[in-house]
Design a protein around this ligand. Structure first.
Ligand SMILES: *Cc1c(COP(=O)(O)O)cnc(C)c1O
Length: 454
């Protein structure tokens, strides 16, 4: 299987090279040149598989340049640090309402599903090619900690995560700065997330620096992330009662559109998923798109569901590519128009498959309260957004993207209970090692020069 860029100006690459490259050199995103089809016989055979074996059956169709035995071992290893025996348990709240819990990984958010695997793929790259890799990213929360825990202690790698000092939650900071691993560097930047992001962008633009340190970006656009995320939709579909399987709508808390895109791609591979609800918080560019056809940036307003505080959804370009009939010239035109005017109007897209909802900060605590009162279930602020506008009578699967224990203040304010988790409690007594640094390219570059693996 080869991987092509949405913008059509990068020669096709194999899986491992596309994963190592991240963003395509023409500015586009990698996609498989064709989507393999899963047949009814395949799906019937998959029903009895455990999570890691299902993941292998799925990914072996994509990672065709990795020997199968090795790929299988990497995948098994990637799901050993999940605390629930089902990895992604499907919990039934009532007759036609299910929650797919994706927060039993090491950092208690769904990003572990992809980043545990991506960390092991990077590790393999270092082993097989004798390369070192320095991973660099800016985070306002979950991505940074999940990336760190994917690379923790992996020989040949180092990871540098810049975050705005004092502006992530204390628990999120501890997940990044209390690992004890000597290949992990938590950079507490004196500035905002945007300042940190801008500084890193400048470093990445310096080809000499980038090549010399084999810098790789951690962000939500890596191909391997989207593919790894397809698997839990397949897992959930296989576990739904047969008579509602093809009717259930997946309600997905959405920011960068990576999670929901994975479900949609699985549908395109022949798994009869009914559809998806794009559930945004008050940062609602995708809600506006799917209700009006107008894709237009607004200002980001910080919210109680911070991992969805996004206005430009980086994975949207992959959806766009399919929506315009795989016409990469059209993708370039739309992205250019979006860049210069801040918006684009779509005449048609898959309205049959997508619905959308929007949840403001004023509504989140009330939803958490109502879910707890009705089902005795505690939903984190991101997951709570997806409980809004459940279609009455239609079977639904709410995707739970984070553990409520990551957001104790919001939960306590809503229901008077403070959820805890043993792994977060353990962090409170571990030494916090962070590197305070100014949010300038010069300062961050000097730090990397000093600490990069070479
Ligand atoms: C990242 C994240 C999201 C948004 O996922 P996207 O793939 O960016 O749409 C939602 N909830 C939580 C808890 C997250 O960490």
């Amino acid at each position: 299987m080869k991987y092509i860029s949405t913008r059509g100006q990068t020669p096709p690459l194999g899986f491992s090279d596309a994963v190592a490259t991240g963003l395509a050199p023409d500015g586009g995103l990698f996609l498989p040149e064709s989507l393999p089809q899963l047949t009814a016989a395949d799906l019937a055979r998959f029903a009895s598989f455990g999570y890691a074996d299902l993941c292998f059956e799925f990914l072996r169709r994509f990672a065709t340049d990795i020997p199968e035995a090795e790929l299988h071992a990497i995948i098994r290893e990637s799901y050993t640090r999940f605390s629930h025996p089902d990895i992604a348990p499907l919990v039934r709240l009532e007759e036609n309402l299910f929650v797919l819990e994706l927060f039993h990984g090491p950092t208690l958010a769904f990003k572990d599903f992809a980043l545990q695997l991506l960390g092991n793929l990077y590790g393999r790259q270092c082993r097989v090619r004798g390369e070192k890799i320095n991973v660099l990213g800016a985070t306002s929360g979950d991505t940074g900690s999940a990336a760190i825990h994917g690379l923790l202690g992996k020989p040949g790698t180092a990871i540098f995560i810049a975050y705005p000092d004092g502006r992530t939650s204390p628990l999120q900071e501890r997940q990044m700065a209390c690992t004890g691993a000597d290949n992990v560097f938590a950079l507490a930047v004196d500035g905002s997330f945007d300042d940190a992001q801008a500084a890193l962008k400048e470093l990445f633009a310096d080809q000499e620096f980038r090549t010399r340190h084999r810098l790789s970006a951690v962000n939500s656009i890596n191909l391997a992330r989207v593919l790894a995320q397809c698997v839990y939709y397949l897992w959930a579909w296989l576990r739904l009662p047969e008579k509602i399987r093809n009717e259930a709508e997946f309600a997905v808390p959405t920011g960068n559109f990576g999670n929901v895109l994975a479900g949609w791609m699985l549908q395109k591979m022949g798994v009869p998923l009914r559809g998806f609800r794009v559930a945004t918080n008050q940062n609602d560019i995708l809600y506006r798109l799917f209700t009006t056809g107008d894709y237009r940036v607004g200002a980001v307003a910080p919210s109680l569901a911070p991992s969805m505080d996004i206005q430009v959804s980086s994975n949207f370009e992959r959806f766009l590519f399919y929506s315009v009939g795989r016409d990469s010239a059209k993708v370039r035109e739309v992205m250019q128009n979006f860049k210069t005017t801040g918006g684009h109007c779509f005449a048609n897209f898959d309205r049959d498959t997508f619905t959308a909802s929007r949840c403001t900060d004023a509504e989140i605590p009330g939803l958490i309260r109502a879910i707890h009162a009705k089902y005795g279930y505690i939903a984190d602020p991101h997951t709570a957004c997806a409980f809004k506008d459940l279609a009455p009578g239609r079977p639904s699967v709410v995707i739970a993207t984070a553990s409520p224990a990551k957001f104790p203040d919001t939960i306590r304010a809503a229901i008077g209970i403070e959820p805890t988790h043993p792994s977060l409690e353990a962090l409170k007594s571990r030494p916090l090692v962070k590197h305070k640094i100014s949010a300038t390219p010069t300062a961050i570059r000097a730090f990397i020069e000093q600490h990069a693996v070479a």
